[in-house]
Design a protein around this ligand. Structure first.
Ligand code: NAD
Length: 260
């Protein structure tokens, strides 16, 4: 049996809102494997949630960071440098698009909403990776979270689908640049899951049910399954895999048509 031991390894997890967050599903696996984890959170209103989910855990640090604020990124990585010295794993689980841009027609996307969605949901992977680069040990692994709306039209995803397409392309460019330094960059494409971010997607409940009916496995994937894929991609078990988009969606994306 292969056991994953992250004792002595350091991880940064960005984007945990509560115990339903995909970032938390991955962090739980890392903590169980013995990693030291620093969690960055968007603002003070999320600190209480984070304190709650990490209560009783050893090896945990919490630090605020809005990914659109350069000073926040500088402070976060200065803290990682002083408290941890280096990084082995980075989990980017951050996305946002203004609700108005997901309610109306895609053609009506405003430039401001486009910039917001792109800045938070795609560009932040680039800027975070740039800040992390000097701290990354050889053999380190970076993952981000994406969704199938990057590849095919999914109603109401609108500008978020475009941002996820940019995010996935960014994964490939970052993987190519960091590959020679033995740092890997991959994305997990998760099926629909009930989280805070999902609640902001108009019609999410109907879509969640339809996805389960269409998926090869006739169900939706779970947060725990995202966590297990995260563990694999962040560990040496996936040492030859980089620049990939790995689906954990109970086989939704392989279906051309639902079979009753
Ligand atoms: P979530 O709400 O738990 O996590 C999203 C996080 O993004 C939140 O913690 C939020 O604070 C953070 N964030 C937003 N703007 C930020 C900013 N400016 N600075 C710092 N942090 C910011 O929801 P989730 O569903 O766990 O989302 C995590 C990732 O998974 C996202 O990239 C999302 O698109 C992706 N994803 C979710 C689903 C799903 O159905 N829930 C499916 C596929 C992919």
């Amino acid at each position: 049996m292969i056991a994953i031991d992250f004792a002595g390894k350091n991880a940064l997890i960005m984007g945990v809102s509560n115990e339903k967050s995909l970032g938390w599903a991955i962090a739980e696996q890392l903590l169980a494997a013995g990693a030291r984890c620093i969690f960055s959170y968007q603002g003070e209103r999320l600190l209480r949630n984070l304190e709650k989910v990490t209560a009783g855990q050893q090896n945990v640090l919490l630090e605020p960071c809005d990914v659109t604020v350069e000073a926040d990124l500088e402070r976060l990585f200065a803290k990682i440098s002083s408290e941890m010295g280096s990084l082995d794993m980075l989990v980017h689980s951050v996305a946002y698009a203004p609700r108005a841009s997901m309610e109306g027609r895609f053609i009506d996307t405003t430039l401001e909403d486009y910039h917001t969605a792109m800045s938070i949901s795609a560009y932040s992977l680039i800027s975070v990776t740039r800040h992390a680069e000097p701290l990354l040990n050889s053999g380190s692994s970076i993952i981000t979270l994406t969704y199938y709306a990057s590849q095919r039209v999914v109603p109401k995803y609108n500008v978020m689908g475009v941002a996820k397409a940019a995010l996935e392309a960014s994964v490939r460019y970052l993987a190519a640049e960091l590959g020679p330094k033995n740092t890997r960059v991959n994305a997990i494409s998760a099926g629909p899951m009930r989280t805070v971010a999902a609640k902001s997607i108009p019609g999410f409940t109907a879509m969640y049910e339809k996805a389960a009916q269409t998926a090869a496995m006739k169900r939706n994937a779970t947060q725990e399954e995202v966590g297990k894929l995260g563990l694999f991609l962040l560990s040496d078990l996936s040492s030859g895999i980089t620049g990939e988009i790995s689906y954990v969606d109970a086989g939704y994306n392989i279906m051309g048509m639902a079979i009753d």
